[in-house]
Design a protein around this ligand. Structure first.
Ligand SMILES: N[C@@H](CCC(=O)N[C@@H](CS)C(=O)NCC(=O)O)C(=O)O
Length: 233
């Protein structure tokens, strides 16, 4: 829900598509029903059951059904080679490392987003699912309410978040995009995170205005540079 990576990738390639929104408790059964195996690279859930994740696609042109955003990107590149490339030759390892490195750098944002998305974004069935799931992985003995930073900690966590984005900005240097002037899958990962923040706080919020001011306004510019690929079907 928070990571509209498929939308950027498909729009960039100029492929028509239809989005189907799912509630979390329906993800595994829906993916199984269209023949998608558990997501490669994801460890099983704490209860031992396999992990099924979104985004996932079903391609009516070929019958292929699959999940995992980078694998989907590579599949689209090899199936539609005449369209713009998401994962240029030789960059797969770097793309994979980038996905993980961005998530690590933005971990502090989860302190804010987890509770807020449960309270304000998710429908009740998905909220219940996520509350249960997070209890078993990242939260353990703390409540979701206590995980949300308060007082001094709130300021410190927000600063960590800003530093995390700052670090990513440093990787990019003066480049408009992750690969300099060339748009790629890596930009859509980053844009997906930023879109998630806008979804969470709202474009008029003080939180987004703050993020948009970091690093001389680069993230706002970055999203504007990718705007034509951000729309939904
Ligand atoms: N490596 C996967 C990760 C995707 C992922 O974690 N998706 C989350 C939603 S953003 C999900 O589907 N979670 C299902 C669940 O928690 O049961 C990818 O890049 O596609």
């Amino acid at each position: 829900v928070l990571i509209p990576i498929h939308r950027y990738s498909l729009n960039y390639k100029g492929l028509p598509y239809k989005t189907v929104w799912l509630e979390y408790p329906d993800v595994a059964s829906t993916l199984q029903s269209v023949g998608i195996p558990p997501t490669p690279g994801m460890p099983p859930k704490p209860d031992g059951s396999p992990y099924y994740t979104l985004p996932a696609i079903v391609d009516p042109n070929t019958g292929k059904a699959m999940s995992e955003s980078l694998l989907i990107g590579e599949y689209l590149d090899s199936t539609y080679p005449d369209k713009p490339t998401l994962v240029p030759n030789g960059t797969r390892a770097l793309m994979q490392a980038f996905v993980g490195a961005v998530a690590n750098n933005l971990y502090a944002s989860a302190r804010f987003s987890l509770l807020k998305s449960c309270e304000e974004l998710l429908n009740e069935r998905s909220e219940m699912y996520i509350r249960e799931a997070r209890k078993k992985d990242i939260l353990k003995d703390i409540s979701m309410e206590d995980f949300y930073p308060k007082g001094e900690e709130e300021k410190a966590e927000w600063k960590k978040f800003e530093n995390g984005m700052g670090e990513i900005g440093k990787w990019m240097g003066d480049g408009r995009f992750v690969m300099g002037d060339k748009i790629s899958f890596a930009d859509f990962i980053l844009a997906g995170w930023l879109q998630g923040f806008i979804k969470l706080w709202g474009v008029e919020s003080k939180e987004w205005k703050d993020i948009a001011s970091w690093d001389g306004g680069r993230w706002d510019r970055f999203l504007k540079d990718l705007e034509e690929f951000g729309r939904d079907d």
